[in-house]
Write a new protein. Structure first.
Length: 231
C-alpha cells in the first residue's frame, strides 16, 4: 500500500510540473535547453507556496527588463502586479514555462515583454520573433479566451542599436498581429526612451542594455494609465 501511494505521489508531482508545451509546439527548435531557468522558476513556486497571488491579477511575462523591475508591484500600485519575468529568457522559454509562470495565476491581464531572440548565438529573424509571439498568445488564449493581453515593444537599447532595423521590423510585425484582436493591445515604450532619435544613454546602467531607476520611471508613466483601463 505504501508503495502504491508513493507511485501515485510521483505521478501527481510530475504532472503538476510538466511543461505546457514541447519543442514540437514552437516555431523553431531552440539550440539551448528550454529548462535552463528551472532554478528561477522553482523560486517563483516557493514564493507562491508561501503566499499565492490572488486570481485575476496582472502577470508580467518575459525577460530581464521585467526581472529587474523588482519594484513593479509598488510602482504600479494598486494594480495587482505578479512579476514573473526571468532573466535571459527567450519566447520559446516563456512558452515552455507558461503553465508555471502565467496560466496558473488565472490572470485578468497578461503583459508580454521578451527581446532576446534576435540576439543569441543563432539570431532569429523579425518574422520568427513574431511567430513565437503568436505561439505564446495562442497558448494563453487557449487557456483563457477572455484574458486581456498587452505586448510591449522591444525597447531601443544602446548596446543593440546596430540591430535597430530588425527590432523595428519585429515590433511592426507584432503590432500588426495585435491589431487583429480587440482584447490585445500594444504598449510602445520607444517615445519615452529616445533622445534626438537615439536611445537616451542616461536611462541605462553600465551595460547599455538594462535600465536604471529613471528608465523604469519612464516606463511607469507609460504602463500605469494603460493598465488601469483593464484593472
Amino acid at each position: 500500500m505504501k508503495k502504491y501511494f508513493l507511485v501515485l505521489f510521483v505521478l501527481i508531482f510530475t504532472s503538476c510540473h510538466k511543461p505546457v508545451s514541447t519543442t514540437t509546439d514552437l516555431p523553431w527548435v531552440p539550440d539551448y535547453a528550454l529548462d535552463r531557468s528551472e532554478k528561477t522558476i522553482l523560486e517563483f513556486e516557493k514564493k507562491d507556496a508561501e503566499k499565492m497571488p490572488a486570481a485575476g491579477g496582472i502577470v508580467f511575462a518575459g525577460s530581464s527588463s521585467f526581472t529587474k523591475w523588482q519594484s513593479a508591484a509598488t510602482d504600479l500600485a494598486p494594480l495587482p502586479i505578479i512579476n514573473r519575468g526571468f532573466g535571459g529568457s527567450t519566447l520559446p522559454e516563456v512558452i515552455y514555462y507558461a503553465d508555471r509562470t502565467i496560466l496558473k495565476y488565472h490572470p485578468k491581464t497578461v503583459v508580454i515583454y521578451c527581446e532576446n531572440d534576435m540576439f543569441g548565438e543563432k539570431k532569429k529573424t523579425p518574422e520568427q520573433v513574431r511567430d513565437a509571439y503568436v505561439t505564446l498568445v495562442k497558448l494563453i488564449r487557449k487557456s483563457d479566451p477572455d484574458v486581456a493581453l498587452y505586448g510591449v515593444s522591444l525597447k531601443p537599447s544602446p548596446s543593440r542599436w546596430d540591430k535597430k532595423d530588425d527590432v523595428i521590423k519585429a515590433n511592426m510585425l507584432i503590432q500588426d498581429y495585435i491589431k487583429t484582436d480587440k482584447k490585445h493591445h500594444y504598449i510602445d515604450v520607444w517615445p519615452v526612451m529616445l533622445k534626438n532619435g537615439r536611445p537616451d544613454g542616461s536611462i541605462f546602467v553600465s551595460d547599455s542594455l538594462h535600465m536604471n531607476d529613471e528608465g523604469y520611471r519612464r516606463w511607469i508613466q507609460v504602463f500605469k494609465p494603460i493598465l488601469q483601463k483593464t484593472a
